[in-house]
Design a protein around this ligand. Structure first.
Ligand code: PMP
Length: 368
C-alpha cells in the first residue's frame, strides 16, 4: 500500500538546513524505520502504553542519558513537557513568579521579544535590556537595568531568527532562566548556573511536540493558584512527566537521539563538529569580498543558525531556488528577516556545509 507519494530523490543527496523541525541523524532515522511496525516488544513505538514497560524504559533511559550528557546536578528536575518552547513562555511566569510582582527580560532577538510579550500577559514584566531594532548586538551585562525585586531574569542564549548567540552565561544577581531551544545539547553547558532552562526538541534533539525543562527543585511548587495542572511543573516532577499521556512518539525519538550523541562521543565532540561547520561557513562568507555578508559581530555569530545576505533580494531568491535544485533545502531566511539562513544543528554533516559552500562559490562566479 502506498499512502503517500514521497519524493523519489535519495535521502542522502539532500541536505536540509531547516531551522526547525530540523534534520535528524541518519542512524536514528534508520532505527526508527526498522522499529516502526513492531520494534518494541512486537509493538509499534506509536502504540505502546505510556505506562507500560517498553515506554518506561525509554523514560528512564532518556532522563539518565540527558543527565549524563549535561552533567545535571541531582537537585534539578528533568521534565518532558508537551508543546513547543512557546508554551514555556507562559509556564515560566506561571510557575516562577511566586509572590513576586514582576520579572526581568533581556531582549536580543525575535524569540526573546516574544517571550517578553507573553510574560506581559501575566505580570508587568520589565525590560532589563533591549538590543533592537536590528538585533545584531548584545548589550554588555554591566549596562542591564536589573531589578532586585524581580522573580527571575529571562534571556535567549541563541536567537534562531537573528543568528546571534551569547558567548558566555551572563552573571546576574537573579535566578536565571534561559530559552535554549536552538542551542540545546549543541555543546556542554553548566546547568548549575540556572534556575531553569527549557528547549523545544525540534532543533537538535528530536521532532516537534515536546520540550525539555530542566529546573532547580527550589523553583518547583511555586505555581500560582488556579493554574491548570498541566501548566504546573510540580505535576511533571511528581510523575516522571507522565501526569497524562505524553507525546510518546516524539519522546521515543528524543531517546534515540540522546543515545546517538553518547555514541558519537558526547557534547564535547558534538561541539567540536559544530564549531568546525560554523567556522567553515563564516569563513566562506568572509572570503566572498562582500558578495555574501553577515551583520553580526564575529564573536556573537551563532554556531547554529548562520544568517547571510546577498546584494539584493532578487539574487537571494535565485540563490535559494538554485540551491534547492541541488538538494540544499530550506535556506530562505525567516519571513520577517529575509536573507539566507543555514541551520547547522548537530545532525547536519560537515559534507552538507561543503556542499553549500560549493554552491556559494558557483553562484557568486555566475552572478557577481
Ligand atoms: N524559542 C526559540 C529560540 C525558537 O527558536 C523557537 C522556534 N523556532 C521558539 C522559541 C518557539 O518554539 P515553538 O514553535 O516550539 O513554540
Amino acid at each position: 500500500m502506498n499512502l503517500i507519494n514521497v519524493s523519489p530523490v535519495r535521502h542522502r543527496s539532500i541536505y536540509n538546513f531547516c531551522a526547525g523541525p530540523a534534520v535528524l541523524p541518519d542512524p536514528v532515522l534508520d532505527q526508527i524505520q526498522s522499529q516502526l511496525k513492531n520494534g518494541l516488544n512486537g509493538m509499534s513505538p506509536f502504540s505502546v502504553s505510556h505506562r507500560g514497560p517498553e515506554f518506561m524504559e525509554i523514560v528512564e533511559r532518556s532522563e539518565f542519558n540527558l543527565r549524563t550528557l549535561l552533567n545535571i546536578p541531582s537537585d534539578y528536575h528533568v521534565l518532558f513537557v508537551a508543546g513547543g518552547a512557546s508554551m514555556q513562555f507562559s509556564m515560566v511566569p506561571m510557575n516562577l513568579l511566586g509572590a513576586h510582582e514582576t520579572a526581568d527580560y533581556v531582549v536580543t532577538g525575535q524569540w526573546s521579544e516574544k517571550a517578553f510579550e507573553e510574560g506581559l500577559r501575566f505580570a508587568p514584566m520589565r525590560l532589563a535590556s533591549h538590543a533592537g531594532p536590528e538585533f545584531n548586538r548584545i548589550p554588555a551585562v554591566a549596562t542591564w537595568q536589573i531589578n532586585p525585586a524581580a522573580a527571575f531574569l529571562h534571556y535567549t542564549p541563541n536567537e534562531t531568527i537573528d543568528g546571534i548567540q551569547f558567548s558566555e552565561i551572563p552573571k546576574v544577581p537573579l535566578p536565571l532562566v534561559a530559552d535554549c531551544s536552538s542551542e540545546f545539547l549543541s555543546k556542554p553547558m553548566d546547568v548549575s548556573r540556572f534556575a531553569l532552562i527549557y528547549a523545544g526538541a525540534q532543533k537538535n534533539i528530536g521532532p516537534a511536540g515536546l520540550s525539555i525543562v530542566i529546573v532547580h527543585r527550589d523553583f518547583v511548587g511555586l505555581a500560582s493558584r488556579g493554574i491548570p495542572s498541566l501548566c504546573d511543573y510540580a505535576s511533571y516532577a511528581q510523575t516522571q512527566s507522565i501526569y497524562n499521556t505524553p507525546p510518546t512518539f516524539s519522546w521515543y525519538i528524543v531517546d534515540l537521539v540522546l543515545q546517538w550523541f553518547l555514541l558519537e562521543g558526547g557534547l564535547t565532540e558534538i561541539e567540536r563538529r559544530n564549531r568546525k561547520k560554523a567556522q567553515l561557513l563564516y569563513a566562506a562568507i568572509e572570503r566572498s569580498g562582500g558578495f555574501y555578508s553577515n551583520r553580526v559581530p564575529s564573536q556573537l555569530r551563532s554556531m547554529m543558525n548562520v544568517i547571510f545576505h546577498l546584494p539584493n533580494s532578487a539574487l537571494e531568491d535565485a540563490f535559494v531556488a538554485g540551491a534547492e535544485q541541488r538538494g540544499l533545502m530550506n535556506l530562505a531566511g525567516h519571513r520577517c528577516k529575509g536573507g539566507i539562513r543555514a541551520s547547522l544543528y548537530n545532525a547536519m554533516p560537515e559534507a552538507g556545509v561543503h556542499a553549500l559552500i560549493d554552491w556559494m562559490h558557483y553562484f557568486q562566479e555566475q552572478n557577481a
